[in-house]
Design a protein around this ligand. Structure first.
Ligand code: SF4
Length: 725
């Protein structure tokens, strides 16, 4: 029987568009005649989790866990946050569960997708559906493109935790759908591609499950994030971390390495060092490391990504926007903070395809998958190349629309930007990082503030949406330097379609990690519990900002942020994503500033004495044995102890106990419980649609008009009470 390879893309990642890593491998291997099946478990698992049946099961779990906790004689410290999370789950509008298929469908329907009010509501509902899952599986938390546990990946036990049934919400999908599918396909090799940290725990959980069911299948992992952690984690930890689950790891780029691995497995010789691959011999427990020399793919020999096998109809988008990589690596590769892609340090060496080949690939993808939308999946593309692509598109009279990442450059003149626009460029993401000249120089960005300003302006005037990426707190950055970046965004808001402003993160493969002193860093270290040494910590030689300066910076940031749609990957407002791109296309480059007008209509009406207050029928009231604000106070004053509890799972601090305190809650909007004194029960009972406000005051105390009417008016403002028509 022919050797069969299955490639899996693990959760949790973007559910609005496919990721190209596995389709690139599939395209390459299939061209070599290999039998390859690909599966995007991320989208399939999301589709199963976000189903009526699964959400109903979660809701039942929430109710049963809540009842159990609520009836305990006391709550210990770790139960406090679970109680809070369960209350959130109880507060989700349950109609979302029965409507979930419709909500997903509306993301795919242009009429609903491009109606921002509708879109916003659907995003909110989708997040609430995920909250139901998070509450049922607390302390695990699942959000759009995010999967977090308090344990993260700091020791091998964190991974083992994820492999336990009952801890991981995706287990039932794996067991019911994936395992029978693997049984049926019966592959010889299964490969996982983990590009993002959010996929790593699920990838190990999957590998563990597959290993237990099919011990003879060779399990291999690759992808940018796997490459980085495999290079970063000390080799003496490799066997207990990686090879408890896997048989091989592909470092760096994977096409040729995976092809070679398949050939070795076919000939039963997979027990020696191979290029770009760490191999584990399960029989002898020997690990074979590759030679120091790594190899990079020749772009001209890489076929276009082959998405056959990916369920393109499941992604939550009205248009398929296909990722495609005309280039790999970065032509600059000097920025001090940068460590990006499957490489040991900095970025991968820059390579590009011939422009004619790029157009031929786009033609191929356009015909095969019936789309003219592409996102160029690049580190950063040379200005000359991106212009040549646009010119070739114009020359060949294609109607392709695309987005890409660029670096500020004088090459982006008015004329060249007009050509880009004509050649289908809808949007560009620009890594500006800072608008302060000293910081730009220290980072070695190779650009000036003036150049950035001209480049952004030329692109914008040509009608191209500009997504400007910045971050604060590069070591030694002073408050005035940070404010300069904020002011730059503010000053050029007319030409900036969207911006991001993150925080500096120190990566092990970055130049700054290798020479911290040069950048004002006194000490680089890891936290004690971070056994795998993945989260780099650092101390500056001296603090570059005071607390009050930070407050000022936060407030300046808020002022500009509130003028745009809130940033929320992978939804409209997130940088470099499918939904944002489609909004730019439909509504133009300023849409994210226009839809953010405040449409809230504050109801400032108050009851008149003859009005009849009535409790709104949708208001849910519950009585609980524990008081949420009391639990929140305990958590806040024991935050260190709670951290310790999480890190040392077996040593829960039993000295912290909270005892029952009966409280009433009104659900004023989804997930938002309003704490209400038990005494208010009587007052609300009188708002039954029979009594006027005057009747209610009279029956309580005719002298208490001010107190009672203001209380009822507050409940009216919160939309708990209404006036009986
Ligand atoms: S930040 Fe961008 S331009 Fe700078 S090295 Fe990294 S990928 Fe290249």
């Amino acid at each position: 029987m022919a050797f069969k390879t299955v490639l899996l893309y693990p959760p949790i990642a973007d559910f609005t568009q496919p990721h190209p890593a596995i389709p690139y491998l599939a395209g390459f291997l299939r061209k070599q005649g290999e039998n390859v099946i690909i599966k995007d478990i991320n989208i399939e698992a999301h589709d199963t989790l976000l189903s009526e049946q699964f959400l109903m099961t979660c809701q039942q779990m929430i109710e049963s866990k809540f009842n159990q906790l609520d009836n305990q004689p006391f709550l210990n410290l770790s139960e406090h946050s679970q109680y809070e999370s369960l209350m959130k789950g109880l507060g989700v509008d349950s109609s979302i569960i029965s409507n979930i298929e419709n909500i997903k469908q509306q993301f795919k329907d242009p009429d609903h997708f491009y109606n921002y009010e509708r879109y916003e509501k659907n995003v909110e509902d989708l997040k609430q559906a995920l909250q139901i899952i998070s509450s049922a599986y607390h302390p695990m938390k699942i959000e759009p493109c995010e999967y977090s546990t308090p344990y993260f990946l700091t020791c091998p036990e964190d991974i083992e935790e994820q492999c336990k049934v009952g801890i991981n919400p995706l287990y039932s999908y794996y067991q019911k759908h994936l395992i029978p599918w693997i049984q049926q396909e019966s592959p010889d090799l299964i490969g996982f591609s983990a590009t993002y940290p959010t996929q790593i725990l699920q990838m190990f959980a999957l590998a563990d499950l597959i290993r237990n069911h099919f011990p003879d299948i060779h399990l291999c992992a690759g992808g940018a994030f796997i490459c980085r952690i495999a290079l970063q984690i000390p080799q003496d930890k490799h066997s207990m971390l990686f090879f408890k689950y896997l048989d091989s790891i592909i470092l760096y780029e994977g096409e040729t390495a995976l092809f070679n691995l398949i050939q070795h497995l076919k000939s039963n010789k997979a027990n020696h060092a191979m290029g770009n691959t760490i191999l584990y011999d399960r029989k002898t427990s020997q690990i074979y490391y590759p030679s120091d020399q790594t190899f990079l793919e020749d772009m001209d020999s890489i076929p276009p990504p082959d998405y056959d096998g990916y369920p393109l109809h499941l992604y939550l988008s009205p248009e398929i926007v296909l990722p495609y990589a005309p280039t790999r690596g970065c032509y600059w590769n000097r920025c001090a903070f940068c460590h990006y892609g499957a490489t040991q340090k900095g970025t991968l060496k820059y390579r590009e395809k011939k422009v004619e080949q790029i157009i031929a690939d786009l033609d191929h993808l356009n015909q095969k998958y019936d789309t003219n939308h592409f996102s160029f999946s690049v580190d950063v593309i040379l200005p000359e190349t991106v212009l040549a692509i646009a010119e070739e598109i114009i020359r060949n009279k294609r109607s392709y629309l695309w987005t890409t990442d660029i670096k500020v450059d004088d090459f982006f003149t008015k004329q060249n930007c007009m050509t880009l626009k004509k050649g289908g460029c809808l949007s560009v993401a620009i890594g500006l990082e800072s608008a302060n000249q000293r910081i730009l120089k220290l980072m070695d960005k190779g650009i000036s503030k003036d150049q950035a300003q001209k480049c952004i302006c030329n692109l914008s005037h040509a009608g191209i949406s500009t997504q400007v990426m910045t971050f604060l707190n590069f070591p030694t950055e002073t408050a005035s330097e940070a404010l300069e970046t904020i002011q730059f965004i503010q000053h050029h808001m007319a030409d900036i379609s969207l911006f991001t402003m993150g925080d500096f993160i120190l990566h092990e493969g970055a130049k700054i990690y290798r020479s911290p002193q040069k950048y004002g860093i006194a000490r680089v270290y890891y936290l004690n519990h971070d056994q795998l040494k993945l989260l780099v910590q650092y101390d500056e030689k001296w603090p570059s900002k005071t607390q009050s300066e930070n407050v000022k910076i936060d407030s300046a940031y808020e002022d500009i942020a509130m003028q745009y749609v809130p940033q929320d990957f992978p939804f409209v407002g997130g940088v470099s994503n499918n939904h944002t791109l489609l909004y730019f296309e439909r509504f133009g480059k300023n849409i994210l500033k226009q839809v953010n007008v405040d449409t809230q209509n504050y109801d400032i009406k108050t009851f008149r004495p003859q009005d009849i207050p009535i409790i709104r029928p949708e208001i849910k009231a519950i009585s609980t044995n524990y008081c949420l604000s009391e639990l929140a106070d305990v958590i806040e004053s024991n935050i260190y102890s709670l951290d310790q509890t999480i890190q040392n799972r077996n040593s829960i601090d039993t000295s912290v106990k909270t005892y029952p305190h009966k409280t009433m809650y009104l659900l004023i909007e989804s997930m938002n419980w309003m704490e209400t004194p038990q005494e208010a029960k009587f007052l609300l009972g009188m708002c039954n649609g029979k009594n006027t406000l005057q009747d209610i005051v009279n029956s309580i105390d005719p002298n208490a008009w001010n107190v009672v009417s203001s209380l009822l008016n507050n409940l009216y403002a919160y939309k708990i009470l209404d006036i009986k028509p």
